[in-house]
Structures are given as C-alpha cells and as structure tokens.
Design a binder for this molecule. Structure first.
Ligand SMILES: [Zn+2]
Length: 91
C-alpha cells in the first residue's frame, strides 16, 4: 500500500521548490496562457469546476524545459492533425 502521507509531503515539497523555480524564470505557461488552469464547463450557464493546469501545476508559470516539451508536443499534435486532414482529402 502506498504511503499517501509521505507522498503528499513529497509532493508539497516538490511543489514549493517548483514555485520558487518558475517564479525566478518568469515564463508564462503556454498551455493555460498564464491563467493556471481552466474552467471545465459542465453546466448550461458555462460554469463548472476549475481544473489546475498540468503543465504549470496551477502557477501560470512554466520551466524552460516544460516549455520545450510543450512546443514539441504541439508540433507533434499539429503534424498528426495535418496527417488526418490529408487522408480525408484523398478522393
Ligand atoms: Zn499552465
């Protein structure tokens, strides 16, 4: 059985270090545009629970390494979408 108390302590310690690091770099998160997350719309009036962004851990700031990963992830996704579009264009 995993040690949840230890895990949450480790996560908190990691998150504190993460916050200090990203605040020194001042790079806004590319995925949530520095908002720290997004509202998951589930109700008709456009409201719902706020979901923290996984790329910046809800801080709105990202590490230079995470930015590099995000950019290559986006490139891959665009290539995959272009591939699907090409397949659909074949007569
Ligand atoms: Zn983010």
């Amino acid at each position: 059985m995993p040690d949840y108390i230890k895990q949450s302590w480790q996560y908190r310690r990691h998150h504190e270090r993460f916050v200090r690091f990203v605040e020194s770099k001042r790079l806004p998160c590319m995925d949530c545009h520095g908002r720290g997350g997004r509202v998951e719309v589930i109700l008709d009036d456009g409201t719902g629970p706020f979901e923290a962004c996984g790329w910046c851990e809800g801080t709105g700031l990202m590490t230079p390494m995470a930015r590099g990963q995000w950019l290559s992830y986006r490139r891959e996704a665009k290539r995959a979408i272009a591939g699907i579009a090409q397949i659909e264009c074949i007569p």
